[in-house]
Design a protein around this ligand. Structure first.
Ligand code: PLP
Length: 415
């Protein structure tokens, strides 16, 4: 008899089916029926990359010297440009040799740092709800993830302290992400000060995702954890050009901070990749060293969208908190529909209002009761979305009809 091939694999078993797939399937079906679905589900930045950055890419690609393998850690000029960005934006001086590495987007950097530092069974503290790689990067690496609730009415620091106290073995690292995806929550420097103090004392590394460093609307720009004196003894920070310069498809991000962690990430990456295509790194350097008014324009575009969407939702009677940053609104499901759960409510919004959103439960158990609405369509479309939602919500007393609609959406998803 032939030996049986293994059909299940360690890492794949640790990855559940993609929670957003159900809403995506319904969205595709609705579009197939010719319905005009307004897609506020995924966080894919939709604006063009500024033309001077594109021009630099074209110029660089015409030089055959750029066509070979690049540098896994990132070309020196790009690392120097990033040190200059941290100095002017956060007043933080970084050593481009030891404290900065270029990644293929911040997501890749985060996932490979998880691989680099984790042994099976290590405990990692991760906010919940969270951007999926924050937990699954570590779950794939074999870690035990302990979820720390985060959200509008949660004292995250108190929850973090409680989680540390009850974690056995003691946690290796804690993940932070502010301004947050999906909750859009922000924090100030005092918060980071407390985290650094606490984690230094406990001997826990801090991995901070600051992907939305430049997408803020009111008041002060989000701080970097590295502004806290001594933070680099325990912390690394992930940032990205994806949102800042509308360069999501280019795949350029950075990890900066603690030299031991940056070294570990560099070591793993040296086995895995040869770095981003050199012309992309050259254009990224031009983005950082060139005129910066494009960042303001991109920020203003998201802000204008936020204002239109939140105004519209409030007029529709939906009391959604106004996000101070990121490209998301984190919307509590209206009371009348809360019992449905976030997936069924998202399906209902799609069926009844032609608006696709991301069910909060897809970001973790503490995301239940919410949906995430992304600012990824233009203002006219966002106005239309809130008009559709208003029409849907104003008919909400018709509970029998709503139940029938919910049953139809559930049946359609099952087919
Ligand atoms: C919090 C957060 N981190 C990281 C990323 C991924 O960024 P990048 O394109 O740099 O991989 C996203 C993208 O949506 C995000 O929301």
């Amino acid at each position: 008899m032939k030996p049986r091939m293994p059909e299940e694999f360690y890492r794949i078993k640790r990855l559940p089916p993609y929670v957003f797939a159900e809403v995506n399937a319904l969205k595709a079906q609705a579009r197939g029926e010719g319905r005009d679905v307004i897609d506020l589900g995924m966080g894919n930045p939709d604006g063009p990359t500024p033309p001077h950055i594109v021009a630099k890419l074209i110029e660089a690609v015409q030089n055959p010297k750029t066509h070979g393998y690049s540098s896994s850690r990132g070309i020196p000029g790009l690392r120097r440009a990033y040190a200059a960005y941290y100095a002017r934006r956060f007043n933080v001086e970084l050593d481009p040799e030891r404290e900065i590495i270029v990644t293929l987007g911040s997501k890749e950097g985060f996932a490979n740092l998880a691989q680099a530092i984790t042994a099976p069974g290590d405990t990692i503290l991760v906010p919940n709800p969270c951007y999926p790689i924050h937990s699954f990067g570590f779950i794939m690496a074999g870690a035990s993830v302990r979820h720390v609730p985060v959200g509008p009415d949660v004292d995250f620091l108190a929850e973090l302290k409680k989680a540390v106290q009850h974690s056995i073995p003691a946690p290796l690292a804690v993940v932070l992400n502010f301004p947050a995806n999906p909750t859009a929550q922000s924090v100030d420097l005092d918060f980071y000060g407390e985290v650094v103090d606490f984690c230094r004392h406990q001997g826990i590394y801090v991995l901070s995702d600051l992907a939305y460093a430049e997408i803020y609307f009111d008041g002060k720009p989000p701080p970097s954890i590295l502004e806290v004196p001594g933070a680099r003894d325990i912390a690394v920070e992930f940032t990205s050009l994806s949102k800042t310069y509308s360069m999501a498809g280019w795949r350029i991000g950075f990890a900066v901070g603690n030299a031991r962690l940056i070294g570990a990430l560099g070591r793993v990456k040296s086995y895995l990749d040869y770095g981003a295509f050199t012309p992309i790194q050259v254009a990224a350097t031009a983005a950082l060293n060139g005129p910066q008014d494009c960042i303001t324009e991109i920020r203003e575009r998201y802000k204008a969208r936020r204002d239109v969407l939140l105004d519209g939702l409030h007029q529709a009677g939906w009391d959604v908190p106004v996000p101070a940053g990121t490209m998301f609104a984190w919307a509590p499901i209206p009371e009348e529909f809360r019992g449905l759960g976030s997936l069924a409510f998202s399906k209902l919004l799609l069926e009844r209002a032609n608006v696709a959103v991301a069910p909060g439960g897809g970001f973790g158990e503490y995301g239940e009761g919410f949906v995430r609405i992304a600012l990824v369509e233009n203002r006219q479309r966002l106005r239309q979305a809130s008009r559709n939602i208003k029409a849907f919500l104003s008919g909400r007393n018709d509970t029998a009809e709503l139940r029938r609609a919910a049953a139809r959406t559930a049946a359609a998803a099952a087919n």
